[in-house]
Design a protein around this ligand. Sequence first.
Ligand code: PGA
Length: 249
Amino acid sequence: MRKPIIAGNWKMNNTVSETIILINKIKEYDLDNNVEQIISVPFTSLSEAKKLIEGTNIKLASQNMHWEEKGAFTGEISPLMLADIGVEYCIIGHSERRQYFGETDEIINKKINSAIKHNINPILCVGESLDEREKNIQEDVVKKQIVQGLKDVEEKDIENIVIAYEPIWAIGTGKTASSDDANQMCKFIRNTIKELYSNESAEKMRIQYGGSVKPETIKDLMDKENVDGALVGGASLVAEDFVKLINFK
Ligand code: PGA
């Protein structure tokens, strides 16, 4: 009953000219429209990407946003600016932002609430480090990120939020969590939403796995009951691979 959702996170890759080439290549293929298709491109490519995806079912995401609408925040991009371009999703709290740019759960929570207010669907990223997994505290870590990240979010807005479980040790490393481990954590996340909200909201929420997802691993992941999609970095930069991920069935 949950629509599968495959999102490509381009990270800091592709100039505007490269964006045009990649999107045009993706458009050469038939994509499975029973799967929600998202590309999350750099801010500089958003406007061009929006024009290129017109007439397709591909939806546009940003990789970050500020929580304020405007003001003296040099170098930042506001939700008003994103909504005006037609951005429908925003990745919030990616581990690279937490790690390299000091984003805390508090900052991430402000962004989540602001995105909701501006009708931008947040993709909230959570996940443990290798050290935390070795200490077997991954569930505590993820639960804290969810509880704090969703503070003050009302139940009516929960179904518009996607949670991406991305264990840090699996991102860009070629090490994927096993599909069973991914499923187990996605199930834990769903149970957390059930505790915080209700069974109904938990059943509606889409939960993705992310971390070295490749065409060879997608089917096994998507077969798991609690994995509703994937957030994909590296493989989303190659049109053929990204298309294979969307057309996983
Ligand atoms: P990866 O990145 O697929 O290159 O591991 C995933 C992500 O960081 O979203």
